[in-house]
Design a protein around this ligand. Structure first.
Ligand SMILES: NC(=O)c1ccc[n+]([C@@H]2O[C@H](COP(=O)([O-])OP(=O)(O)OC[C@H]3O[C@@H](n4cnc5c(N)ncnc54)[C@H](O)[C@@H]3O)[C@@H](O)[C@H]2O)c1
Length: 259
C-alpha cells in the first residue's frame, strides 16, 4: 500500500467500470478513501465488492449525475460514510454520435446533460466543502475530443470542448481559495465504450485494426495508464497545476497524418 493519497476523500463518478474503476483501484492502493457513484447499480455492486476485498475504504451510491438533487444527497451521504469530501473526479461520460442536421433535441440534451451539466452538478455540490476546507483538487476526465474533432462524432466533441471551458473557468474562479481544477484528455482507451464503438462497424475487427494503425505507437491506452496520470493530478504532488489539461494519447493528436 502506498501513501500518495493518504487523507484524500475522493468522489469518483462513473466508477463502476472502465477508466473510473481503474482510478478507484489505483487511488485505493495509494490509501485514498473513496466514494463511488454510478447509475448502473449492478456493475457498481461488482466493483465495490472487488475493491472491498482489497481492503479499500469506500462508500458508494447508485446515482445519476444529471440529477442535481441526487448529487447533493450523495455528497452529504459521503460525508457521513467516509468523512467530508476533499477531492472530486468527474469521470462519468457517454459517447453521443449523430449526423449534425439529424441531431434532435433529445440527443443534444442527453449529450450535454451527461458530459457537461453532470460534471457541473458535481462541482457545484462539492465546491463549497472544498472552499471551507481551504481547497482541494477537481479533475475532469475530458478527451482529445476537447480540442480536436473526429468527423461523425457530433455533438460529443462540442460537449467535451465545453468541459474544458468549465475546467478553465472554475480553475480561475477558485484559484485564490486553494481549489485546483484540471482536465485529463485521454485518446482511445481500451474500455467497453471503445469496444462498443468498434462493434458498430460492419467489420469490428477491421475497425479495431484501423484504430491501432492510426496511433504512432500502434496501440491504444490501457485504463491503468490513464489512472496513473489521474493519481498524480489528484495528489498534492502538483500544487501549481491548475486550469490546464494533460493529454494522454500516445502522440495521436499532434500527428498530422499517419506515415
Ligand atoms: N474510453 C475511451 O477511449 C475514452 C477516451 C477519451 C475520454 N473518455 C472519457 O472517459 C470517461 C470514462 O470513459 P470509459 O471509457 O471508462 O466509459 P465506460 O462506458 O466504460 O464507463 C462509464 C461509466 O459511467 C457511468 N455513467 C454514464 N452516465 C452516467 C450518469 N449520467 N450518471 C452516473 N454514471 C454514469 C456508466 O454507467 C459507466 O459505468 C468518459 O467521460 C469518457 O468520455 C474515454
Amino acid at each position: 500500500m502506498g501513501t500518495r493519497l493518504t487523507g484524500k476523500r475522493i468522489l469518483i463518478t462513473g466508477a463502476a467500470q472502465g477508466i473510473g474503476l481503474a482510478m478507484a483501484k489505483t487511488f485505493a492502493r495509494e490509501d485514498a478513501s473513496l466514494f463511488l457513484i454510478d447509475r448502473d447499480g449492478a456493475e457498481l455492486a461488482l466493483a465495490v465488492d472487488a475493491l472491498r476485498q482489497t481492503g479499500a475504504t469506500l462508500g458508494s451510491a447508485v446515482a445519476d449525475i444529471t440529477d442535481a438533487g441526487a448529487i447533493t444527497a450523495v455528497v452529504a451521504q459521503a460525508a457521513g460514510e467516509i468523512g467530508r469530501l476533499n477531492a472530486l473526479v468527474n469521470n462519468a461520460g457517454v459517447n453521443v454520435f449523430a449526423e449534425p442536421l439529424e441531431t434532435d433535441d433529445a440527443t443534444w440534451n442527453r449529450c450535454f446533460d451527461i458530459n457537461l451539466k453532470g460534471a457541473w452538478n458535481c462541482c457545484k455540490a462539492v465546491l463549497p466543502g472544498l472552499i471551507e476546507q481551504g481547497g482541494g483538487p477537481i479533475l475532469n476526465i475530458a478527451s482529445t475530443h476537447a480540442f480536436t474533432i473526429i468527423p461523425h462524432t457530433f455533438p460529443y466533441p462540442v460537449a467535451k470542448h465545453a468541459l474544458l471551458g468549465l475546467t478553465r473557468s472554475l480553475g480561475l474562479e477558485y484559484a485564490g481559495r486553494g481549489v485546483r481544477v484540471n482536465a485529463l484528455a485521454p485518446g482511445y482507451v481500451a474500455t467497453q465504450k471503445v469496444i462498443d464503438y468498434w462493434n458498430d462497424f460492419a467489420d469490428p475487427e477491421a475497425a479495431r485494426a484501423a484504430t491501432m494503425k492510426l496511433h504512432p505507437g500502434g496501440r491504444i491506452a490501457t485504463p491503468e495508464e490513464i489512472a496513473n496520470a489521474a493519481l498524480f493530478m489528484i495528489s498534492d504532488e502538483c500544487p501549481f497545476m491548475n486550469a490546464t489539461c494533460l493529454t494522454i494519447d500516445g502522440g495521436l493528436s499532434v500527428q498530422q497524418h499517419p506515415a
